[in-house]
Design a protein around this ligand. Sequence first.
Ligand code: ATP
Ligand code: MG
Length: 486
Amino acid sequence: MWKPFRGRPRPPPPLYDPDTPILDLGDREHITLGQMYQSFFVCGGTGSGKTSSLGFHILLNLLRAGACVLTMVAKPDEAERIRKICELAGRGKDFRRIGPGEPWKIDLLNYELSQPNASVESVAALLDVLVELASRSQGKGDEPFWALLSKRLLKMSISAVWLGTGKCSVTDVFSFITTLAQTPEQLHSREWVKGSFAGQCLLTGAMREMPPGKRRDFEQAVTFTEEWSELNSKTRSIGITMAVNVLSQFMSGAIADVCSSGETNLTPEMVFDEGLVVAPDISVLTHHQAGQFLQVALKTVYQRAVLRRDVRKSPRPFVLWMDEVNFFLDPKQDAIFQSVGRSARSITVAMGQNLPLLQQSFGPDGERDAAAWIGNFGTVAICSNNCHQTNQFFSDRIGQHRELFLGGSTQRSDHLPLSFFGGLDSTVTGSFSEQWSPRIPPSFFATQLRTGGNWNGKLVDFICMQNARKFGKLPYKFCTLTQGEF
Ligand SMILES: Nc1ncnc2c1ncn2[C@@H]1O[C@H](COP(=O)(O)OP(=O)(O)OP(=O)(O)O)[C@@H](O)[C@H]1O
Ligand SMILES: [Mg+2]
């Protein structure tokens, strides 16, 4: 029956309220939206229930709280899974799949160059991320000279193309690099200037009007082309191979269509303002390095756009969602992005399997980088894991407590006369000692946590830790979630 409203009207809950519960840990403990800004890392072995339990509930509730999302896609079924979670959250219309057969495009370099205060440095830094990723994945982190050479080649090429022609796509940079003069004589020949893309860029740039700062950058690029023509051919060819390896990933098939077609109809700003959920359905497992490069580039572009935005005008929380995070790591940019999470209203959610896999993805300084990277996450959830190194790491991080060990023994006495007269015929000794021992021993993570599936009643156990938070008297909480159903 309808009843008239009595009493003072309650104000509506504030939009994007930081106290909105996002993850229910049981016993009235929650991870709230405000706490999610400090980033969330889920670690667990393959099949431990990360994606279907924690991943499902966190994403569903972030979507219900109104967040906009960029997801990284490692597995072929990931984009479809995200779409279904959007439907469940009532956000189906906000879902945007990027990839073959879809209309959504972002021309990465032209988009970056069209931003206020765009500079050659900022665009070149976008490609630097990929050069570093390529050197790490080829185990060439110990050869910084070649990485530096190809970064400089890319930066000077972007400078010459952008300032020379007024625009700059990946294909243009590729054409510039591959038509650079090979000798000082060629550089000064009329045929090369007329017949090569590089020559044409330098010619048009020399004739264009540009402000003094840009003129200086352009002159630097011209000087670079002179130096380049004087280098020995082996050095030149290694530099070109590394740069072309990065650029060529963006130049064929579906990936070229998405990010180097010259057209942009889905920008990070649209995603923030309209509250969209973007999934690049170009998974790493099907598109290999090209899929990985495209997604790392997209991630960098979105991270920069989040750091640029004015949260008073664009207050919607932004979520960077990275399942199988080892494919998408970038130690420098990730650290900056996570450190300003609260003020930029950005949330990083990462899920990965174990420490050695992260270390391997970080390259030569992997051990140090991986530990520092995990340290940037305010909340960590640890699911079942068979990796001893990972289990030892988290056991150490949870710390030790003092335990009382009791011991005792009895000994029969051979002292006959004493027993004959009714005395004791055995000696009882007792001892106790206090020792520090792990609150959670490493083996606990391997044996005591349920991994979901019908045989576990769809229950997934995990240990949750949050910086500076105690659950009762403990620095961790044992939690259980049910796997999500579609
Ligand atoms: N809704 C569900 N009901 C029952 N079982 C499920 C459900 N979803 C997943 N599973 C099963 O639960 C287990 C854990 O799955 P999940 O994909 O979440 O693991 P994961 O930790 O993400 O693994 P990976 O690292 O390989 O991605 C798997 O055996 C999976 O088949
Ligand atoms: Mg998974």
